[in-house]
Design a protein around this ligand. Structure first.
Ligand SMILES: Nc1nc2c(c(=O)[nH]1)N[C@@H](CN(C=O)c1ccc(C(=O)N[C@@H](CCC(=O)O)C(=O)O)cc1)CN2
Ligand SMILES: NCC(=O)N[C@@H]1O[C@H](COP(=O)([O-])[O-])[C@@H](O)[C@H]1O
Length: 205
């Protein structure tokens, strides 16, 4: 079984797309062994619980507040330990809004088997790296700087949103679009693209 661990911070509509794809056999041989969130209030946790998927909450903010001697690298090592408990072959960041330190990434690069960490980012390669990418693309379109946007699924490296691109897709922006129109169109294309990226990686194993 191609076990995946999914990391989220919010609504979890992309997590839901993965769950649905497993259940309708678009993703055969894939199983979500756990969903981990940095926010206890993330609705995606309820989506996982509804499908009897193991969930964990591990907040960076709380981890640092509980012991002032700790730092983000310590968090990264602890997060990696938690994830290893679930024996994933792939780690999927689906709306995970914490920058992962090198200490986390090295845990999955140095040990065999190497475990890929992938991220879904709602912008095209080289555009709008970081948070709030959809809003920034919308504003850029309004200024006439771009005529469309898109998304990518990429390997996670220390540099934000700069890892090897696995899949990318364009997303149209229309003159009459509100920001929520664009967000809705973006999420719809994300759901398909993320499932296709996981399918690609699971069949390459
Ligand atoms: N080392 C990496 N970590 C992460 C990557 C990556 O490519 N390399 N991708 C991000 C996802 N992401 C954009 O795709 C992203 C998410 C969040 C942030 C950010 O500034 N986070 C702040 C906290 C924001 C908050 O509390 O809401 C932070 O971590 O301090 C940047 C990029 C996931 N991680
Ligand atoms: N920088 C990372 C980033 O912005 N990720 C974005 O968070 C949203 C999560 O939606 P969801 O919780 O409904 O899946 C998605 O649009 C995803 O691309």
């Amino acid at each position: 079984m191609f076990n995946i661990v999914v990391l989220i911070s919010g609504n979890g509509s992309n997590l839901q797309a993965i769950i649905d794809a497993i259940e309708n056999k678009t993703l055969e041989g894939v199983s979500i062994s756990a969903v981990i969130s940095n926010k206890s209030e993330a609705f995606g946790l309820k989506r996982a619980e509804k499908h009897n998927i193991a969930t964990r909450v591990f907040s960076l903010q709380k981890y640092l507040k509980d012991d002032a001697s700790r730092n983000r690298n310590d968090y990264g090592i602890e997060l990696a330990k938690i994830i290893r408990e679930y024996n994933p072959k792939l780690i999927v960041l689906a709306g995970w809004m914490i920058i992962l330190p090198a200490s986390f990434l090295v845990e999955f690069e140095k040990n065999q088997p190497i475990i890929d960490v992938i991220n879904l980012h709602p912008a095209l390669p080289g555009q709008f790296a970081g948070a709030h990418a959809i809003e920034r693309a919308y504003e850029s379109f309004q200024k006439g700087e771009i005529d469309h946007t898109g998304l990518m699924v990429h390997k996670v490296i220390e540099e934000i949103d700069a890892g090897q691109v696995i899949l990318t897709a364009n997303v149209d922006i229309k003159k009459e679009d509100t920001l929520s129109d664009l967000e809705e169109r973006m999420h719809s294309v994300e759901h398909t693209t993320l499932v296709n990226a996981i399918k690609l990686l699971s069949t390459q194993q």
